[in-house]
Design a protein around this ligand. Structure first.
Ligand code: MN
Ligand code: MN
Length: 357
């Protein structure tokens, strides 16, 4: 049986192919990988290690913090702060930029992460993950601050996630396709198991939290009602709906077999433009999805081109199979120009007013 590439081999191969990658970058990815292995181990122990349950407080975004949110955040910080590769870090769990302690050298890269995504799933033993995004620090910046992180997603050097499911996988892009690695627990290495992931342009699967339906905007209501109308509706085919409530797991399914994920803009809390955070959730996933041939939009523009204005800024997220994402973006455009044709199923079914060519 031929030996498959390890993650280390893969990264060094990429480093040799592309001049922008340096040894420091390889070392950074080694540390991120180690953080993910440490978290995977803890999650695997579960109740045996007493890591389930809520932590004492809330995070800075007013969300209930689980013990594992705190532990995973700590693992990410401790594993990445000492190597001299990172200049500063931003985490979902920390309000401000995390400065590298003075005893360690500072590196050229900025690391933003969600240490544990989907943590409400922890106590019910459902898949969770970690998401990360790597940016370059501008030349001449000695003390990276919040403004240094406020770069559009197109500037990401690398992004990926670890998924802690029945197997632990690391899925990564360095801007040349998307590659999946499965953790071999016996030898402790990530092995290239899913090279060159591609998202098919078409799908008949979509994921959205339907309990928010009354808060959605008309273009999203239109899209979902057309899907729900199935074979006798304007789409003339049946759709399946999925909802895991773990962003990593939703994106992973889409990378494996296509599909569409939406956490759109809604009117539930007018102060928030969406649910997911731009820097360490939407941008890294949008980068992965685009690199796999899919698309990612807020409904009104490419996610990767959003100019960030805050570390914890939220954005609407619609991503996955290209044809569906483009359709929803078109529905937003038609709605904003006042030329949309909202689909109402009774009219369609009884009098066929809205038959589309
Ligand atoms: Mn998250
Ligand atoms: Mn989280």
């Amino acid at each position: 049986m031929p030996l498959k590439s390890t993650l280390t081999e893969f990264i060094i191969g990429e480093q040799r192919k592309y001049s922008h990658a340096t040894g420091g970058f390889t070392a950074l990815l080694n540390d991120i990988r180690l953080a993910c292995k440490r978290i995977s181990y803890l999650i695997g122990k579960g109740a045996l290690a007493g890591v389930h349950g809520a932590a004492a407080g809330e995070n800075i975004q007013g969300e209930r913090q689980m013990k594992l949110d705190v532990m995973a955040n700590d693992i990410f910080l401790r594993t990445n702060e000492w190597g001299g590769n990172v200049g500063a870090m931003v985490s979902e769990e920390l309000e401000a930029v995390y400065a590298i302690p003075p005893q360690h050298p500072r590196g050229r890269y900025l690391l933003a992460f969600d240490p544990l995504d989907g943590s409400s799933n922890i106590d019910v033993n459902v898949t969770v993950g970690s998401i990360f995004s790597v940016l370059r620090c501008a030349e001449g910046v000695a003390e990276p601050a919040a403004r240094d992180f406020l770069q559009p997603g197109t500037e990401q050097v690398c992004a990926g996630y670890a998924i802690y499911g029945p197997t632990t996988m690391l899925v990564l892009t360095l801007g040349h396709g998307v590659h999946g690695f499965t953790l071999d627990r016996e030898i402790g290495e990530f092995i290239l198991s899913h090279p060159d992931l591609r998202i098919p342009a078409e799908t008949s699967e979509f994921a959205i939290n339907a309990s928010n339906q009354r808060f959605w905007e008309p273009p999203v209501k239109r899209y979902v009602s057309e899907c729900l109308a199935g074979r006798s509706g304007p789409r003339a085919k049946d759709f399946n709906m999925r909802w895991i409530a773990s962003f990593v797991a939703e994106v992973h399914r889409i990378l494996m077999r296509g599909g569409l994920f939406m956490y759109p803009k809604d009117s539930k809390d007018p102060a928030k433009a969406g649910r997911l955070r731009l820097l360490y959730e939407a941008n890294p996933m949008a980068f992965l999805v685009e690199q796999a041939g899919g698309a990612a939009t807020t409904g009104r523009g490419r996610i990767l081109e959003v100019a960030p204005d805050g570390l914890h800024q939220r954005v609407p997220v619609i991503l996955g199979s290209k044809d569906e994402v483009e359709r929803i973006a078109r529905y937003h455009g038609e709605h904003d120009r006042g030329v949309d044709q909202p689909f109402t199923s009774p009219l369609f079914n009884e009098r066929s007013l809205f038959v589309q060519p």
